[in-house]
Ligand binder design. Structure first.
Ligand code: ASP
Ligand code: MG
Length: 245
């Protein structure tokens, strides 16, 4: 569906947190929220599915201890993501399934390297945990497309520029704002734009994270950059909180 810009009464930024993405059931509520308000153009910031960031951290630490048991935990994560896809009955799933598979393969290679070296730097840990969000976004995207929404996807690392303080990287705000604004304007016909929370990239191309819970921060950066009418953030309790960005 092509949006007539005159019909859009506002731009909003919505952040869906871990609990909104915890299961297929929770994701059905996400879809309902978005479908109910189609006249608004919005940017959706996703965090990882519930518990995934913690799981990646602990399997990474396991690998760093030379414990090959990380592979089982990784397999459980893979099954959980694929199961969510199945539960959502996404018909066009072949492509997104392949994409998830590719990402899991990459994550597995990284973990293998960590396990062989028995070494896990903060920089490598950021690469590992970035997969939490990067595995959630393809699923949410396919899910919203299935619901008939026109979705544009952006890799948050193309927008969020940070220093190299891995694990708690500081955002270079003016460059980030500029990239967000240019990025939105480059193709402004979207109905829903989806991107990852929590992750960024250094000017030299290394993946970083903004600190635990950092998706909220990503959402507020985007809301400020585009001067959104409001920022809405899902919480662990049923319902939505709103705040003026
Ligand atoms: N997934 C990250 C975390 O668990 C970021 C977030 O959820 O906001 O900390
Ligand atoms: Mg959070």
């Amino acid at each position: 569906m092509i949006i007539d810009r005159d019909e859009i009464d506002s731009m909003e930024v919505l952040k869906f947190g871990v609990s909104s993405l915890a299961s297929a059931e929770a994701m059905q509520r996400v879809r309902d929220v978005l479908v109910a308000r189609r006249t608004k153009q919005r940017i959706v910031v996703c965090s990882a599915m519930g518990g995934v960031t913690n799981s990646i951290i602990s399997l990474g630490l396991k690998a760093a201890n030379g414990d090959a048991g990380y592979a089982e935990d990784l397999e459980a994560l893979r099954r959980r993501h694929i199961q969510t896809l199945d539960d959502l009955q996404i018909e066009e799933a072949a492509e997104v399934r392949q994409e998830l598979q590719d990402r899991f393969d990459r994550l597995e290679s990284l973990c293998k390297g960590v396990c062989l070296l028995e070494e896990l730097s903060a920089k490598s840990m950021d690469q590992l945990v970035s997969f939490g969000e990067r595995l959630a976004v393809p699923i949410v995207c396919a899910w919203l497309e299935k619901a008939g929404l026109q979705v544009r996807r952006v890799d948050a690392r193309d927008w969020i520029v940070t220093c190299d303080q891995y694990g708690a990287a500081e955002v270079h705000q003016s460059e980030t704002f500029e990239r967000i604004r240019k990025g939105v304007d480059a193709d402004n016909s979207f109905e829903t734009l989806i991107t990852e929370g929590f992750i960024g990239r250094t000017p030299t191309g290394e993946t970083t994270t903004l600190g635990r819970g950092g998706s909220d921060y990503t959402a507020s950066l985007i809301a400020s950059a585009v001067q959104a009418d409001f920022l809405e953030k899902s919480t662990d309790v049923p319902g939505l909180l709103t705040a003026d960005p």
